[in-house]
Design a protein around this ligand. Sequence first.
Ligand code: DX5
Ligand code: ZN
Length: 264
Amino acid sequence: MSLVHSSNIKFQTLAQSGRVILPSLLACNFANLERDIKELEEAGVQGLHLDIMDGHFVPNLSFGIPVVEAVRKITDLVLDVHLMLANPEEYFEVFKKAGADGITFHVESIADLESPGKNFARNGLAHSDSDSISNFIPHTISALQQIRKLGAASGLSLIPPTDVTVVEPFLSYCDNVLVMSVMPGFGGQEFDPSSKAKLAWLKNFASPEILRSIDGGVNQKTLEVCRDAGATGLVMGTAIFKNNQIKEQFSVLNATLHKERFQS
Ligand code: DX5
Ligand code: ZN
């Protein structure tokens, strides 16, 4: 098995530092973005998750390039950019220039480009689809290679109805696999417990250098399930920013994340 070498040292350092919480800015107070980010830094956060939505791949819009640039200007934290876009490759370069350290796109977006009309973005991708859609595998590999070539860490994400085994041919090209535990598009949804088995599969089959991320509905309770199933990157929006007590929330959640399974 070949060793994974991320082309982004900051991201690689984060991925190797054990389990990490990546606060999702989608739930922050955008009128006080700088204040919230400073508070996260003081709390000891190592990286931020930035959700980019296009109203096509997901039924919602969020924020785009100027916000990523603005965040980059005020912090040195690792910026993990999650592209929920129908044409992600068109935006790799601009997001890298804006300051992304890691760029993640959806496996379903490439399947939709190669086999239009099936709406994999909503229905998910079965393992059999990945073999039958011609050019899906080389196209996805080439997209991951493009990200690394730009100097960012490469990430691949999958929605809840997609089979985790779909990512197998891509593991040696990935620095991050992002398992979605809600349908993407909105914060504050309920955690889908089927993602537990996906994390366990990744723990068995993905090289330990790859960040095993989970995104959606992760809170004090579901965090333990994710931790025990082998998640190493915990994306959390609502659970961090609710009640306007960022430092307190982060410290409680981070303590849970670093507790071992059978510790009393
Ligand atoms: C959803 C986004 C998530 C979201 C998580 O499409 O990808 O990152 O912000 O939010 P919570 O933690 O509130 O589920
Ligand atoms: Zn996300």
